[in-house]
Design a protein around this ligand. Structure first.
Ligand code: AKG
Ligand code: FE2
Length: 272
């Protein structure tokens, strides 16, 4: 695994809100990730989020219009909670350290992992923000997105709007059918240039949860598979948005409580 992060990369990430890291996984590691994620998905039998109602293709209470949304991608969340091998991959402190260095935080907790598989001919991923969906409020939160297939302009690679993370906020248009809803909330970016992030399988990107990002439809008969993980800087507190938290945990939480439960949000890296 190529986990080196240079100061130049930190500077690029901080100013653009995203970064692509080529050849993050070598060929053997890529094979392991592919197989592990595939098995973990099969084991789920369509259950999207542990501890929550709603299977794939049903309304999960987060994104509406399930029929359309289920054709944006197959989305399985917190595979680390149901598969030991995914857990090993996701708990790798070196990945946590990469996220910590890029975002400039001391401790990294997993918010949630998610497999995002665009099937052949999948719908596009509308321009959106991530952080406003989440149960904590932190401008430094970020995600890793690991390409398990070559992600191309044809099959739905990610696109970013560089620098948008500095000006977007907590208003959340969600991920609906319209590609451009986010620009109703943040009109200053309606005329901004986007940047495509095609990646070879095994490469990855990191993006800030406030960076406007999206993806094309899959215009090919092949799949565009990605394994991702969202990270919460250590020390955050519950903001009242349930998001992916299981019902049983939500029942114990009050707004302002620290989200430090290691069986839900494990600390994978702490700077010493
Ligand atoms: O894979 C996609 O199409 C979208 C990914 C995304 O929105 C994310 O990782 O935050
Ligand atoms: Fe996203």
């Amino acid at each position: 695994m190529n986990t080196v992060i240079t100061q130049q990369q930190v500077d690029f990430y901080q100013s653009n809100g995203y970064i692509v890291i080529e050849d993050f996984l070598n060929a053997d590691e890529l094979e392991t990730w592919r197989e592990t994620v595939k098995t973990a998905i099969q084991e789920r039998n369509g259950q999207k989020i542990p501890g929550k109602a709603g299977a794939i293709g049903e309304d999960d209470g987060i994104n509406k219009e399930a029929d359309y949304f289920s054709k944006v991608f197959d989305q399985l969340i917190n595979l680390w909670q149901t598969n030991e091998k995914v857990k090993e991959l996701m708990f790798n402190p070196q990945i946590g350290e990469m996220a910590a260095k890029l975002s400039g935080v001391d401790g990294i907790r997993i918010w949630h992992d998610q497999a995002l598989f665009k099937r052949p001919w999948a719908n596009p991923t509308s321009w959106h923000l991530d952080t406003p969906f989440w149960s904590f409020t932190d401008r430094r939160a970020l995600s890793i997105w690991v390409a398990l297939d070559d992600a191309t302009l044809e099959n739905g690679c990610l696109f970013f709007i560089p620098g948008s993370h500095k000006e977007t906020g907590f208003e959340n248009p969600g991920i609906g059918k319209n590609m451009d809803s986010v620009f109703d909330f943040y009109p200053v970016f309606r005329t901004a240039k986007s940047v495509a992030a095609p990646m070879k399988a095994g490469s990855c990107s990191f993006h800030n949860g406030f960076t406007i990002h999206g993806a094309h439809a899959n215009m090919t008969p092949g799949s565009r598979r990605a394994m991702t993980c969202a990270y919460m800087p250590d020390g955050n507190v519950y903001n009242g948005i349930p998001n992916v938290l299981p019902q049983s945990y939500l029942e114990t939480l009050k707004i302002g409580d620290e989200l430090n439960n290691d069986s839900q949000n494990p600390l994978i890296y702490k700077r010493v």
